[in-house]
Unconditional design. Structure first.
Length: 235
């Protein structure tokens, strides 16, 4: 009986270990919005959970969809930040009637010291979402490291499961407008909330890892049960 219980415990421990080992491999650079409502102000949390094959991160470049005009990055004391501007042709008018001739095409965070592979960081970008409910916004992101880089730029084809991509570009779908307060200031997001949202299953495969852990745990229990049956038979 003791042997069977020991076997079951070992099986569960092995399953848990495998799940923990698999988790980092599934973690991607992700973008989590505070709201996805079309024509609303939002805060995007860009999460960088690891480096490039063990190498520390030195730069993160996030490209903006063409329909996004202005972006206000939040200061991060560990990084310098630059906005890459491009001309708008033709220019557009803002909500106050002012002519806008340039848009933010890319936001680049450069590390003051490399972010170690085993550490994570997050950046916040405040912006107004386009009035295009149902459209998917894609933010191709390049993560540069001390050695090499990882281009998070892959976009799933029609009907393809995004989880099948090795390096998916951060993306989310715009939902219907809320019907009011579109011009209100964007809500703030605390670092703790950013950490929670940064690993949402819609972007990082969190649910996938949970299912893997559950399945492996179940297999461990089954193995323990079989061992118990064999022990009783021999007894």
């Amino acid at each position: 009986m003791k042997t069977a219980l020991r076997t079951a415990v070992v099986g569960l421990a092995a399953a848990a270990t495998l799940a923990l080992v698999a988790a980092p491999a599934a973690a991607h650079v992700t973008i989590s919005p505070s709201t996805t409502a079309a024509n609303a102000y939002t805060i995007l949390t860009v999460s960088v959970p690891h480096g490039c094959d063990g190498s520390g991160t030195t730069k993160v470049s996030v490209k903006m969809p063409e329909k996004i005009i202005a972006v206000t990055p939040t200061v991060n004391s560990n990084w310098s930040v630059d906005k890459v501007m491009v001309d708008l042709n033709p220019p557009v008018k803002d909500s106050h009637g002012n002519e806008i001739t340039k848009r933010v095409a890319e936001v680049v965070y450069t590390a003051k010291a490399p972010l170690p592979d085993g550490m994570r960081d997050a950046f916040e970008l405040s912006l107004k979402l386009p009035d295009a409910a149902g459209e998917t916004l894609v933010f191709p992101t390049v993560q540069t490291c001390e050695k090499g880089e990882t281009p998070w730029v892959e976009v799933a084809a029609s009907g393809q499961n995004p989880d099948e991509l090795a390096h998916p570009a951060p993306a989310f779908k715009l939902t219907a407008a809320t019907g009011g307060g579109h011009d209100a200031p964007a809500p703030s997001v605390s670092p703790a909330a950013a950490d929670t949202h940064a690993d949402d299953s819609s972007n990082s495969g969190g649910d996938t890892r949970s299912w893997i852990a559950l399945i492996l745990g179940a297999l461990g229990l089954i193995a323990g049960g079989l061992a118990l049956v064999r022990t009783r038979k021999t007894a």
